[in-house]
Design a binder for this molecule. Structure first.
Ligand code: HH2
Length: 294
């Protein structure tokens, strides 16, 4: 176990220090079909209420997505994606004190979302779907999360998996970062993500978590998203999404001890506790935080 390297991301409204305390990114899917919360926050008002709830629960970043990437999901148009997320972003303006990231692979959606207040861009295709997204990140000065996905959501769990998952993920992330750098995105504004569950076998997801320190060597901050994913359900003998929180907790702790700077989760209050304790294991010399004043 090694101490994480520190990084600083520059957002329009603030800077985010990574590597001291793990940052918890709360998931808000404004979709009818996401694998664990699809349809629940599909209306703008329900989504806004959930965003505020996630902030109160201890989220450091709110990640809003308008298109499901679950295995087998159908792609939607940029217009439809904008129609889903823009009203939520507009209604959230001035109502949150945490920054918002947008989970999109389309440059025009990223552009519109940045105009509506999104401060971080999160691309699950690592610029493979639309390399122009890097241009938006550069021009709008937004940090860019680049995730590794093997194949595409419609077919990713059907096509052959990589023989050497770490090599595949490392090569893909290197390529994605190079594309972003060529478009003028500063190295310090890039975050990498191994893409747990995206075109990986059951065993490969666990291998990636166990070998996260090798990805940390790429020299970028790491984000890991395991929350409620199906490999956790499989490890628990077929537990449904709603019963995967404890399994998720194990993966969140492992991610942090392996070097993750940000964890992306649905159960924010619970995983924020997991993160605080895992952080304390990483830095056992630090004094306990002071209890909140009564
Ligand atoms: N996972 C999902 C979506 N976006 N982004 C990053 N950076 N890393 C992830 O692991 C990741 C992600 C899938 O989870 P969810 O948003 O809950 O489901 P869906 O894609 O069905 O909306």
């Amino acid at each position: 176990m090694r101490l994480r390297k520190k990084f600083t991301l520059w957002l329009p409204s603030r800077r985010l220090v990574l590597g001291e305390r793990t940052l918890v990114m709360g998931v808000l899917n404004v979709t009818p079909d996401s694998f664990s919360d699809g349809g629940v926050y599909f209306g703008a008002d329900a989504a806004v209420a959930r965003a505020i709830e996630l902030e109160r629960a201890g989220a450091d970043i709110l990640d809003i997505g308008g298109e499901s990437t679950r295995p087998g999901a159908q792609a939607i148009s940029a217009e439809e994606e904008r129609r889903r997320i823009l009203p939520v972003l507009e209604k959230l303006r001035g109502r949150l004190s945490i920054p918002v990231s947008v989970d999109t692979s389309k440059a025009e959606v990223a552009e519109a979302a940045a105009g509506a207040g999104a401060e971080i861009l999160n691309d699950v295709t690592g610029l493979r779907a639309d390399p122009r997204l890097a241009e938006v990140a550069r021009r709008r000065r937004r940090p860019l999360i680049l995730m590794h996905m093997r194949g595409e959501p419609r077919t990713m769990q059907k096509t052959p998996f990589a023989r050497d998952v770490l090599r595949d993920v490392t090569a893909g992330l290197r390529r994605a970062a190079a594309t972003a750098r060529r478009a003028g995105v500063a190295k310090s504004q890039i975050v990498l993500d191994p893409g747990i569950g995206f075109g990986k076998s059951y065993a490969q997801n666990f291998e990636l978590l166990a070998r996260l320190p090798e990805l940390a060597r790429l020299g970028f901050p790491l984000l890991v998203g395991t929350s409620r994913k199906s490999f956790i359900g499989q490890a628990l003998g077929g537990a449904p999404e709603a019963e995967r929180a404890w399994g998720t907790a194990a993966t969140v702790a492992a991610s942090i001890l392996g070097g993750a700077h940000i964890v992306r989760v649905h159960d924010v209050a619970e995983m924020a506790q997991v993160a605080r304790v895992a952080d304390a294991i990483l830095r056992p010399g630090l004094a306990a935080p002071r209890p909140p004043s009564q």
